[in-house]
Design a protein around this ligand. Structure first.
Ligand code: AMP
Length: 228
């Protein structure tokens, strides 16, 4: 993707809908910069800074990190991605306040969110995916003990890193995260629906089919923009 075709895209949907998997595939195919809020916040948490320490208690309980902390950390990352060939945001925004802060930050540099892709999957599916999820400590690649196991148990296929179950991928925290997602989701999707840029995609399919659908959407959107 060249600078002229840059698109700012956000991925919406519950945890376990496949946002991270799709973002990685889209980054590989289209060369967009992938910014995952969970990764940014986990890095802050592990850095032991004051902001990171206050984020930790919310994350481990499966609660949303307060907007002020999340917005400060994510906008910092996004401004660092300036001039890139397009940004793909995964997990941010999760609240209308975050969406408004993002709109303002992009507008200040003459941009906007171009597309909001909503990954739609039944809650039973996402709960099952999250319960079996394993994450690489080094590169963040995601596996599933049942549907997508690594070649060697406990070891990442990509870089040999250790696979672990995240502190918040346990029944209680999963249910809490999905309940919070339900509370926020309608207002958040409504924010983008009003602007006519919300595109729901069936995410209860093989990941490669979901990627093909999203790539098709982005291509159509880019040609609409180019064709004026
Ligand atoms: P994720 O990797 O997207 O599942 O995020 C892991 C955890 O990070 C969430 O359960 C929240 O505690 C926190 N988090 C990630 N993104 C956000 C956000 N946009 N707003 C608030 N908290 C967030």
């Amino acid at each position: 993707m060249t600078a002229a075709k840059a698109l700012n895209v956000i991925l919406l949907g519950p945890q376990g809908a496949g946002k991270g998997t799709q973002a990685a595939a889209l980054q590989a195919r289209l060369g967009m910069v992938h910014i995952a809020s969970g990764e940014v916040l986990r890095a802050a948490k592990n850095s032991g800074t004051e902001l990171g320490r206050s984020a930790k208690q919310y994350m481990d309980a499966g609660e949303l990190v307060p907007d002020e902390i999340t917005i400060a950390l994510l906008l910092e990352q996004i401004s660092g991605a300036e001039g890139a060939s397009g940004i793909l945001l995964d997990g941010f925004p999760r609240t209308v306040a975050q969406a408004e802060a993002l709109d303002a930050a992009l507008a200040a540099r003459g941009g906007a969110v171009d597309l909001a892709v909503e990954l739609v999957a039944p809650l039973d599916t996402v709960r099952r995916r999250l319960m079996g999820r394993l994450t690489c400590r080094t590169c963040g690649a995601v596996y599933n003990v049942r549907s997508r196991p690594p070649k060697v148990a406990g070891v990442c296929d990509i870089d040999g890193g250790e696979l672990y179950q995240r502190e918040d991928d346990y029944q209680e925290a999963i249910d809490r995260r999905l309940a919070i997602w339900r509370e926020q989701n309608q207002a958040l999707t409504g924010h983008y629906e009003k602007r006519g840029i919300l595109f729901p995609v069936d995410a209860d399919r093989a990941p490669s089919l979901v990627t093909d659908t999203i790539v098709g959407l982005l291509e159509r959107h880019r040609s609409t923009v180019r064709g004026g």
